[in-house]
Design a protein around this ligand. Structure first.
Ligand SMILES: Cc1ncc(COP(=O)(O)O)c(C=O)c1O
Length: 372
C-alpha cells in the first residue's frame, strides 16, 4: 500500500502510521518469554503511549494477545468500556477524590488501593452502587510515588479481607530503575517479596502479584511473579522490539537560501553556505518538541536531513541540500524507517535529552493516526 493510498483524505500531510503487526509481534514476544500461566497486562494508558488505546485494546482483546489492560485514570477506562472493551481493566493511578470509585465500579474497572482509607471508601462505593469491587493493593518498595510500605500494606490487606463487597484481586509494586540500576532493582524486589510474606501472600492464593514493567520483564525473571505489566516494549519504544509508530509529513515548500541567511524564530540557524531547505507542516503543537531545534534529523529520500532553526508551533525547516532531486510533495519520515535508514523515538529522545516515552506520548491529537 502506498502512503498516498493510505491517507487520501488528509488536507495537511502530517500523520502517524501505527503498525498493528508490530504491536502483535511485541505482545507475542513478551508472552513467549513467560512461564505458563503467567498473565500479561497490556499498559494502554495515555492513549496507548500515543498509539491509540481503543484500536489497540480491541486488537488485543480480539486476538487474545493479553489478559488485562492497564490505564492511568478512570476516564481512560471508561473510554475503553464505551468502545466495547470487555477485558479486565486495572486503573494504575491513585484515585482521589474517592467519590471516583463509584464511576470505576459502574464501568467494571479494578482500582489501585494505596491506603486503608481508600479501601474503606471502596467498600462504601460497592455498597452504594451494588457493584462488585476488585482492587490491587499498591506497595511502595522504593519508587516513592504512591503505595504503602510493608506494615501498612499488610494491615490494609487484612482490612480488605474483612470488608464487604471488595475482592483483593492483586498486589503490586513499581520499579524505579530496572533499566539502569540492578542493585536498587534487586532491593525493591526483595522489599516486595518481604511484603508479600508479611501479607501472607508468598504463595499466590488466587491474588495476582506483579512488579515488572517492560525492562524488568525482559531482564529480571524473578520480577515476573504472576503477571507482567509492559507498555514500552509493546510499542517497540525500546531496543529488542519492533517500533510500531511511524511519524510522517511531506515537503510543502522548498527554497534555495544564500550563505548567511537566517531561519526561524530567534534566528538560531544561519546558513553556512548556499543551501536547499524544505518546510514540513509539523511543529511543537503536533508534539514535535522544540528541543529538536537544530538537532533532530528527518529522512527524505532515505537521507538524513537536520532540522534547521527553531521548531515552530506548526512548521519545521530541514536541510535537504544533500538529497538529490528533493521535491515539494516528497515524504519525510520523522520517526520510523525510510530506505535503508531508521530514526527511532529513542534517537529523538537522545537528541532532546529525554526518554522515548515522552517522545511518543507527546505526539498530539492533531496528528491523525492510521492503523495499518
Ligand atoms: C504502574 C505502572 N506499571 C507499568 C507501566 C508500564 O511501564 P513500561 O512502559 O516501562 O513498560 C507503567 C508506566 O509508567 C506504570 O506506571
Amino acid at each position: 500500500m502506498t502512503p498516498a493510498a493510505t491517507v487520501p483524505a488528509l488536507l495537511r500531510p502530517t500523520w502517524a502510521e501505527i503498525n498493528l503487526d508490530a504491536v502483535r509481534a511485541n505482545l507475542r514476544q513478551l508472552r513467549s518469554g513467560l512461564p505458563s500461566g503467567t498473565q500479561l497486562l497490556f499498559v494502554v494508558k495515555a492513549n496507548a503511549y500515543g498509539h491509540g488505546a481503543v484500536p489497540l485494546s480491541l486488537l488485543a482483546q480480539q486476538e487474545r494477545l493479553c489478559d488485562r489492560l492497564g490505564v492511568s485514570c478512570i476516564e481512560e477506562g471508561i473510554e475503553l468500556r464505551k468502545a466495547g472493551v470487555t477485558l479486565p481493566i486495572l486503573v494504575l493511578g491513585s484515585i482521589y477524590p474517592f467519590s471516583g470509585f463509584d464511576a470505576a465500579l459502574e464501568h467494571g474497572l479494578a482500582v489501585t488501593i494505596a491506603s486503608a482509607e481508600a479501601a474503606r471508601s471502596l467498600s462504601e462505593a460497592a455498597a452504594r452502587t451494588g457493584k462488585p469491587a476488585a482492587c490491587h493493593v499498591k506497595v511502595d518498595t522504593g519508587m516513592g510515588r504512591i503505595g504503602m510500605r510493608r506494615p501498612s500494606a499488610s494491615a490494609t490487606v487484612q482490612i480488605i479481607r474483612g470488608l464487604v463487597g471488595i475482592t483483593l484481586e492483586g498486589i503490586y509494586t513499581h520499579l524505579s530503575s530496572a533499566e539502569s540500576d540492578a542493585a536498587y532493582t534487586r532491593l525493591q524486589l526483595r522489599h516486595f517479596s518481604d511484603t508479600l510474606q508479611a501479607c501472607g501472600l508468598s504463595d499466590a492464593h488466587g491474588v495476582l502479584r506483579h512488579a515488572a514493567a517492560s525492562y524488568a520483564a525482559v531482564s529480571y525473571p524473578d520480577s515476573v511473579f504472576d503477571m507482567i505489566r509492559p507498555g514500552l516494549a509493546c510499542y517497540g519504544l525500546m531496543d529488542g522490539f519492533a517500533p510500531a509508530m511511524t511519524l510522517k509529513s511531506r515537503i510543502v515548500f522548498l527554497k534555495d537560501v544564500r550563505s548567511g541567511a537566517s531561519i526561524g524564530y530567534g534566528r538560531t540557524f544561519r546558513a553556512p553556505r548556499q543551501l536547499k531547505l524544505a518546510t514540513l507542516p509539523i511543529g511543537y503543537a503536533d508534539g514535535y518538541a522544540r528541543r529538536f531545534s537544530n538537532t533532530a534529523e528527518v529522512l527524505v529520500r532515505g537521507r538524513r536531513c537536520r532540522v534547521a532553526g527553531a521548531v515552530s508551533m506548526d512548521m519545521i525547516v530541514v536541510d535537504v541540500s544533500s538529497v538529490p532531486g528533493a521535491q515539494v510533495g516528497d515524504e519525510a519520515v520523522l520517526i520510523g524507517a525510510q530506505g535503508e535508514d531508521r530514526i527511532t523515538a529513542q534517537d529523538l529522545a537522545q537528541w532532546a535529552g529525554t526518554i522515548s516515552y515522552e517522545v511518543a506520548t507527546a505526539i498530539s491529537a492533531r496528528v491523525p493516526r492510521m492503523w495499518l
